[in-house]
Write a protein that binds this ligand. Structure first.
Ligand code: H2B
Length: 113
């Protein structure tokens, strides 16, 4: 099943974050994202070329986050949106992070068509 067809499950503490090998396998499904913070987070830099487009995409990412009840850290600047994902409750990566990353990628691809 593709990640964009999945929905984030309720995040619970007490679950082990995924290890780096598992994270690398999920990364293959979310082009443009990279592992950061010693393999405990993922991030992607979206280049927009102006502020208004970056602001609009930030809103889109925020709406996806609310739909999934899973929330990234977002840096908005002139010409870019930087999105960082990890699961706060477990201090590392969960499948939810990759589900949201895949949906963010899908929204980005659709916006650019
Ligand atoms: C109550 C609510 O479901 C939780 O606090 C959710 C909200 N969004 C979240 N987002 C992220 N990235 N990590 C979490 O642990 C998390 N927890």
């Amino acid at each position: 099943m593709s990640l964009t067809d999945k929905v984030c499950t309720a995040c619970q503490g007490g679950v082990e974050p995924m290890d780096e090998a598992a994270a690398q396998r999920y990364l293959a499904e979310v082009p443009g994202w990279e592992l950061t913070h010693a393999g405990t987070r993922i991030e992607r830099h979206f280049k927009t070329g102006d502020f208004a487009t970056a602001l609009g995409f930030t809103q889109t990412v925020g709406e996806l986050a609310e739909q999934e009840d899973h929330h990234p850290q977002i840096t908005l600047g002139w010409g870019f949106v930087q999105v960082e994902l990890y699961t706060h409750k477990i201090g590392g990566l969960h499948e939810n992070d990759f589900i949201l990353a895949a949906k963010i990628n899908q929204a980005w691809d659709q916006a650019r068509r």
